[in-house]
Design a protein around this ligand. Structure first.
Ligand SMILES: C[S@@+](CC[C@H](N)C(=O)[O-])C[C@H]1O[C@@H](n2cnc3c(N)ncnc32)[C@H](O)[C@@H]1O
Length: 647
């Protein structure tokens, strides 16, 4: 199935009303901070409270079990607790699986769906033949090996039994694709033949076992049913993100959302709404599937669906009849990585415009260019050397993620970046390593965060306060320089691939917040000489920008143009100060203007640029406040296009 627009739709418009989930669960680590029913942040005194004086609450679990569902209100608790208990989820939480990625949420989501499917009245329209009015849509509900006449169905105990008795591999349950056949098959990954595709099969089998145990059911049929529903979850579930890039849960929605296919250059994005639902959403449904009813599942029991609502939104102009697509994977990954991920999770090879363009488009070239596709003729530079360098990046990033050692991470990654620069300098006519190669982007991200961690760690130490403060100040400065480089890079790529709007929005918001955070640091007063007067932030922020008036109430394109022009004007006024502590960053002339990249053969760095270290002074700080504010406004503007509001 696929989904198409029923009318011409401009960029930045909602395509659906607020859609309620069929089922949703929090990820294990989020259980202590968010309401298990509506996903809002827990109040100071959640329900049930941590002391066991709640005899009326049947789900109270001992204090030493950290995986207990908590609720923001009695209403949420009374909505969610019965399903939590009857599904067997509580059992899974009390003895969480040590395998299955150390997180029980996909399994808990499957348990909930199973419980819901099995409680449906047997004449529910989820299942073929149960409702004569649905007969024209039967094939949408369950397609499988056998086809059964209507009469046979009357004798079936429950819809789930019906599924088991009649279908070997049900392709659909409740209209949703299970993808069982592909996920459980021994099919080789066409993009990566060496991949061990036994893994996913084994994982599903193991998951089905855990599900059967949690439900205290051990027949072969229970196992098979668990397997099918787990496949449905793996195929249709989406990560529920409430803050930028932070996933707190996982949910399955009905066909209105779940029939939307993937593209690496999608024309739609989606956002989540959490908290108790206000029933005032009148937005129309502007998508359909070949004229068929999309929201088969919103009738009956699903009307009561509770939990995070999803809304689909256009991020490009969409023509009537055009297919609406979303991204199932991180679009800032190079083609090979996207293809590998889509195959291993969903078992399909993407053939969207971005993937099929030949020769590969600029963005994918930038993210991926490596020695393997370049002829190298210098004696001392060979493809092996570049490949080894790339491998070292990968290793340094994995090391950091596993060892959490920010000092060695900064040293290793910056040395590698400098090495990459040297290689490039020796062979400028052969473009090999783009400044926005995906490994470099990862390295910049790691460096932005590890310099910040180092600054905070230093402040906690008790030694020569003056030296310590200065070091911490410089670390913080370097951290925001990397945030700005990331925002500038994401923006550069976004100008070639408009589907990267959400990524660019997030990087600008991060850069803006980090810069403003830095300008508020009390460290400014500890070593600037002469010590400046306390800055009146309101007067700087309240000052209208002469060039863009902080761009409000204009056409979106005009606001974007003006804000970006201001960012481009302000950045050179602070950049040399920001990079003074990093020998790598000094070779980057301007982190928000990469127009030269597309005209030059060598795409790693502009000619080496060394500025004399410039001093931090009050004027720099004022410029930073203005720059941070413009970055925030720009990020919010892009974010309002793809999410409807800034996130
Ligand atoms: C959430 S469902 C999307 C709706 C699905 N097409 C259906 O008929 O129900 C995800 C599954 O759709 C298929 N799919 C999604 N995007 C695709 C694409 N770009 N190319 C091929 N198959 C795709 C894959 O089988 C994937 O596992």
């Amino acid at each position: 199935m696929e989904v198409r627009a029923i009318e011409d739709i401009a960029i930045g418009q909602d395509l659906t009303p607020h859609l309620r989930p069929l089922a949703a669960v929090l990820r294990d680590p989020a259980l202590t901070s968010y309401c298990s029913a509506c996903f809002s942040t827990l109040p100071a005194q959640p329900f049930p409270p941590s002391n066991p004086a709640f005899p009326q609450n049947p789900i109270h679990v001992p204090d030493d079990n950290p995986l207990t569902p908590l609720y923001c209100s009695l209403t949420c608790s009374s909505y969610d607790s019965p399903l939590h208990l009857s599904s067997g989820e509580a059992h899974l939480l009390q003895s969480p699986p040590s395998t299955w990625d150390d997180d029980s949420s996909d399994l808990r989501l499957s348990l909930r769906l199973l419980s819901i499917f099995q409680k449906l009245p047997k004449n529910h329209s989820f299942f073929p033949g149960f409702q004569s009015s649905m007969s024209s849509n039967q094939s949408l509900l369950v397609e499988g090996k056998k086809h059964h006449p209507f009469e046979e169905i009357d004798n079936v105990e429950s819809p789930a039994d019906y599924l088991l008795e009649n279908y070997e591999f049900p392709q659909r349950i409740a209209g949703l694709m299970t993808n069982c056949e592909k996920l459980l098959a021994f099919e080789q990954n066409v993009n990566n033949p060496s991949e061990n595709n036994e893994n996913i099969r084994e994982r599903i089998k193991e998951g089905a076992n855990l599900i059967a145990k949690a439900r205290r059911m051990c027949s072969e049929d229970d196992f098979v049913l668990g397997e099918m529903v787990l496949c449905l979850v793996l195929t249709n579930a989406v990560e529920v993100q409430v803050k930028r890039g932070i996933s707190i849960g996982v949910a399955v929605y009905d066909t209105t959302f779940s029939w939307i296919n993937h593209s690496c250059s999608p024309n739609a994005s989606y956002r989540f709404l959490v908290g108790p639902e206000e029933d005032d959403d009148q937005s129309p449904l502007r998508i359909t599937s070949s004229g068929k009813i999309l929201n088969l599942c919103t009738e009956g029991i699903w009307k009561n669906g509770y939990g995070p609502r999803v809304v689909v939104r256009s991020i490009k102009d969409v023509k009537k009849g055009e297919e609406v697509t979303i991204a199932y994977t991180d679009l800032l990954q190079p083609k090979e990585m996207r293809q590998t991920e889509l195959w291993s999770k969903y078992r399909f090879s993407c053939s969207c415009n971005r993937c099929d363009t030949f020769p590969t488009n600029y963005v994918d070239n930038a993210l991926q260019i490596s020695s393997s596709i370049i002829l190298i003729d210098e004696e001392d530079i060979n493809p092996d050397k570049v490949d080894k360098l790339m491998q070292s990046f990968d290793d340094a990033i994995s090391d950091y993620l596993s060892s959490d050692d920010p000092i060695s991470c900064c040293m290793k990654l910056e040395n590698l970046l400098i090495n990459a620069h040297l290689i490039e300098q020796k062979s400028p006519q052969n473009p090999k390593l783009h400044i926005f190669h995906h490994l470099f982007l990862n390295a910049y991200t790691m460096l932005a965060s590890s310099y910040k961690v180092r600054a905070n760690d230093l402040l906690a130490l008790d030694y020569d306060v003056e030296r310590r403060n200065l070091e911490a100040f410089n670390m913080h400065k370097t951290s925001i320089a990397y945030s700005l480089l990331l925002a500038g890079g994401a923006h550069h790529l976004f100008t070639f691939e408009s589907a990267l709007i959400a990524t660019a929005a997030n990087f600008w918001l991060n850069a803006g917040e980090s810069i403003l955070d830095f300008t508020r640091s009390p460290l400014w007063y500890s070593f600037l000489s002469p010590s400046p007067a306390r800055m009146d932030f309101r007067s700087v922020l309240g000052k209208e920008c002469d060039n863009c008036c902080l761009a409000i109430n204009l056409e979106v394109e005009e606001m974007k143009r003006r804000l970006y022009n201001c960012i481009a004007d302000l950045t050179p006024k602070v950049w040399s100060v920001l990079v003074s502590g990093s020998s790598f960053l000094k070779v980057i002339r301007n982190p928000v203007d990469f127009s030269w990249l597309t005209f030059q053969e060598s795409c790693m760095f502009h000619d080496t640029f060394r500025s004399d270290d410039e001093e931090c002074n009050e004027q720099v700080r004022v410029n930073l406040v203005l720059l941070g504010e413009h970055c925030l406004r720009y990020g919010s503007l892009l974010s309002s296009v793809c999410y409807g509001s800034s996130v």
